[in-house]
Design a protein around this ligand. Structure first.
Ligand code: FES
Length: 151
């Protein structure tokens, strides 16, 4: 066995480089483990990403009734513009329908009723229907070509 000129450490004279490399690897692994542990915790507690709004385009003109029933919303075309309300009942979440002859929205499950503006009239539902923003797409002549509902 050889001894180094500096002392009696022998082949360990090259170890500080290897030791430093191992320490850095351990530090990186600890940091990665910390991130992997904290990420779900932070997502669960505070840092919720706002969902991206969905834009649904309904081509104009609307039917003669002035009402378009989509999967998630009911769109009412008026002279002033358009309004849209959710199709999910605020009682227990059934899908609601517009009653053209009675001029109100009714839930088939427990018969909650709402105005076309989404205001609760009767029934077990206690809240009004959520409303959605509707933007009108117009051509160069000012005619409405489509209704864009932002869910
Ligand atoms: S779910 Fe609509 S009234 Fe009960």
């Amino acid at each position: 066995m050889e001894t180094s000129p500096a002392g009696n450490k022998g082949p360990r004279a090259a170890d500080p480089g290897r030791r430093t490399l191992l320490q850095r690897w351990v530090q990186w692994l600890a940091a990665a483990a910390g991130v992997l542990f904290l990420y779900p915790l932070l997502r669960f507690t505070a840092f919720r990403v706002a969902p991206k709004p969905r834009l649904i385009e309904v081509p104009a003109p609307l039917p003669l009734s002035g009402v378009h029933t989509g999967h998630d919303f009911i769109l009412f075309g008026t002279k002033e513009g358009a309004t849209a309300v959710s199709r999910v009942c605020t009682h227990l979440g059934c899908r609601i329908n517009y009653q053209q002859d009675k001029q109100y929205i009714e839930c088939p499950c427990h018969q909650s009723r709402f105005t076309p503006a989404g205001v609760r009239i009767a029934g077990p539902a206690q809240k009004n229907l959520p409303t959605y923003e509707v933007t009108l797409k117009k051509d160069g002549d000012g005619r409405v070509t489509a209704y864009v509902v932002q869910l």
